[in-house]
Design a protein around this ligand. Structure first.
Ligand SMILES: Nc1ncnc2c1ncn2[C@@H]1O[C@H](COP(=O)(O)OP(=O)(O)OP(=O)(O)O)[C@@H](O)[C@H]1O
Length: 589
């Protein structure tokens, strides 16, 4: 039985490349540039003084790229250009050789995404010049050409119909600048030098910072809050992280500009930095990290993971340093990137210590750091939701209790984690029932005397499903407080849904509404002189208006939602009270 070779359908392969591997046909220029650079690298290994130039020429529907690289001998042309997947850039065992950019042996094919025909004219250091012409239908010819003067290779593409836009001079210049900005070679397009060959962070000296800021403005579109140098020798990595001057969305994965062996890999690379580092955009060059076959992302291996950790440590170091050297700047940073820092502190002790010292929490006694709270009170108590905090802040303050608003994103979790890094600090969730125990009951006699007033008040508030109780609590200046517990909140929502739903649903929901002890409470304060005066009012209509007024006031004080029934009640009360307050006058005759 004889064995046969696979046949390859080039159309199929090109379709695969253009529709499934590369994100845009524009990468054809990157692949050509890369081959030119590799050829120059290979030649310089033997001839260190050899020229290192790449010349790109654009013409109507045509592009050529000439390098002063090693060139190919006729047998190499036959072997390398005629076999898909064959590359000269792997060692005997098949590993990618680190000095080269290419490795897969498919890059040249990408030119078929934009060209019908590719011509390679190549002249090795020793040997004849060879012309190879390949067409998109999978045929090629090889012939000997007139000897070229210089060692090197020229690759010429003829535009495919419909792909002409990729051959325009302006587009070509833009793409060469994009991919090749850092390549340490002379690269010209139609005679004009278009790249600098240096990374912005490699210019040391007094102007370095200004240059980096300018780079961020130009290339990334913002003026960085600060610039943090990055490096990780293990990954042959250097670069910078630009701190965003505006809050970044923590849910969005931060992307970074990555150069691989000085050639642009992509502008939107994910996974280079830890997830928590969403407040920076990095620009880096690495020689050791591996690309995916499309060369548009980093291969997520152990090496990348170690790099991520090393770079994360550098960002954290910057923050910690800022805390000790420039607290005001740190304050400004925190004002912008609160969320990022909090998220990070949740699983990073060092950052948590920083948060403890520098991040201000909202309390019912003003904004304070947890360190200040610890120093003053020895312990920290927090309300777990914003609603709870609002409801309790005033009363707790009157009882000399400092309560932190733990309702903002991450705050409760952060507070709970603080004792891990602050020895001797106790943190507890403030329990609203704790507060109501300091609502003192009245003595039976007073209770009895107040009964008619409470009955009247209860009648007034039945319409809004609120229960009235009288207790004595501080501050005396606070006449009433509206308390909702979780089940009451549910019942209130249920009732409001019911009032909007049709008859059938009303019945179903009605069955769920088990009522009563879950009703919200309006707790009237017997220590309040106002409440006492109200209880003593002889005019029941006026007493009723006053109770309704207090109800509205308590709702607003606790930032509670005001439904249609509530606002009807409050309106009635307000107008009624006004009516009583403004004396009637005789109409002027
Ligand atoms: N400008 C050039 N000068 C010399 N040799 C070249 C040139 N362009 C291509 N070659 C040869 O052709 C081979 C195939 O090139 P191709 O671009 O298809 O793959 P590659 O560069 O090896 O790998 P990759 O697919 O990762 O780019 C290369 O390995 C190289 O030997």
């Amino acid at each position: 039985m004889g064995s046969e070779n696979f046949q390859v359908d080039l159309h199929g392969i090109v379709d695969l490349l253009s529709n499934h591997l590369y994100s845009s046909p524009r990468v054809y220029l990157r692949e050509l540039l890369q081959n030119a650079v590799d050829a120059i690298t290979a030649r310089q290994a033997a001839e260190p003084q050899a020229p290192a130039r790449i010349d790109v020429r654009t013409g109507p529907d045509r592009l050529s790229i000439t390098d002063t690289g090693i060139g190919l001998r006729p047998d190499e042309v036959r072997e390398l250009l005629a076999t898909i997947g064959r590359s000269s850039k792997r060692d005997e065992i098949g590993f990618a050789r680190t000095e080269f950019l290419g490795q897969f042996g498919i890059g040249l094919l990408s030119a078929f995404m934009v060209a019908d025909e590719i011509e390679v004219l190549t002249h090795p250091t020793a040997g004849p010049t060879t012309r190879w012409v390949g067409t998109a239908d999978g045929r090629y010819t090889i012939s000997e050409a007139d000897p070229a003067e210089e060692t090197g290779t020229t690759v010429t593409l003829k535009a495919r119909r419909g792909a002409e836009q990729w051959f325009k001079q302006a587009t070509v210049i833009e793409l060469i600048k994009l991919f090749g900005a850092l390549l340490p070679l002379e690269i010209r397009v139609d005679g004009e030098r278009v790249t600098e060959g240096k990374a912005p962070w490699e210019n040391t000296g007094a102007t370095q910072r200004a240059e980096l800021v300018g780079y961020a403005q130009d290339k990334l579109g913002f003026t960085p809050f600060d610039v943090i140098p990055l490096n990780n020798p293990a990954a042959g990595l250097t670069g910078v992280a630009f701190v965003l001057p505006f809050p970044a969305n923590p849910a969005e994965r931060a992307t970074h500009r990555v150069y691989l062996k000085r050639m642009l890999l992509a502008e939107g690379v994910e996974g280079l930095l830890p997830d928590w580092a969403f407040f920076v955009r990095a620009v880096i060059d690495t020689s050791e990290l591996r690309p995916t076959a499309s060369r548009e992302a980093l291969f997520d291996d152990g090496n990348l993971e170690e790099t991520r950790e090393a770079l994360g440590a550098q960002l954290r170091g910057w923050l910690v340093r800022l805390g000790s050297t420039d607290p005001q700047k740190l304050d400004r940073f925190l004002a912008i990137h609160q969320l990022g820092v909090k998220a990070l502190a949740l699983h990073d002790d060092e950052l948590l210590r920083l948060v403890h010292r520098w991040l201000k929490f909202e309390t019912n006694h003003g904004r304070m750091t947890s360190a200040e709270l610890h120093e003053r009170y020895g312990e920290i108590r927090y309300a777990a939701t914003i609603e709870e905090f609002r409801q309790l802040a005033a009363v707790a303050a009157a009882q000399q209790l400092t309560v932190v608003n733990g309702g903002y994103t991450y705050d409760s979790e952060l507070l709970e984690r603080l004792p891990d890094v602050v020895p001797g600090l106790a943190v507890s969730r403030f329990d609203p029932t704790e507060l109501s125990t300091s609502f003192d009951s009245l003595d039976p006699e007073t209770e009895l005397a107040l009964r008619p007033f409470v009955r009247l008040a209860q009648e007034a508030l039945d319409a809004v499903g609120c229960e009235v109780v009288v207790r004595a609590f501080d501050p005396a200046g606070l006449p009433a407080i509206y308390l909702v517990d979780r089940s009451a909140q549910f019942a209130a929502e249920l009732r409001s849904t019911k009032s909007k739903a049709d008859a059938l649903w009303s019945e179903v929901l009605g069955a769920l509404d088990t009522h009563d002890d879950s009703r919200p409470q309006l707790v009237l304060n017997h220590r309040s002189p106002l409440v006492r005066r109200m209880a003593g009012l002889a005019d029941p209509e006026l007493a009723r208006l006053a109770v309704e007024g207090l109800y509205g006031h308590a709702l607003m004080l606790g930032y509670h939602p005001i439904g249609p029934a509530d606002s009807a009640l409050v309106n009635r009360s307000f107008l009624g009270l006004l009516d009583q307050a403004v004396p009637t006058q005789e109409d002027p005759k």
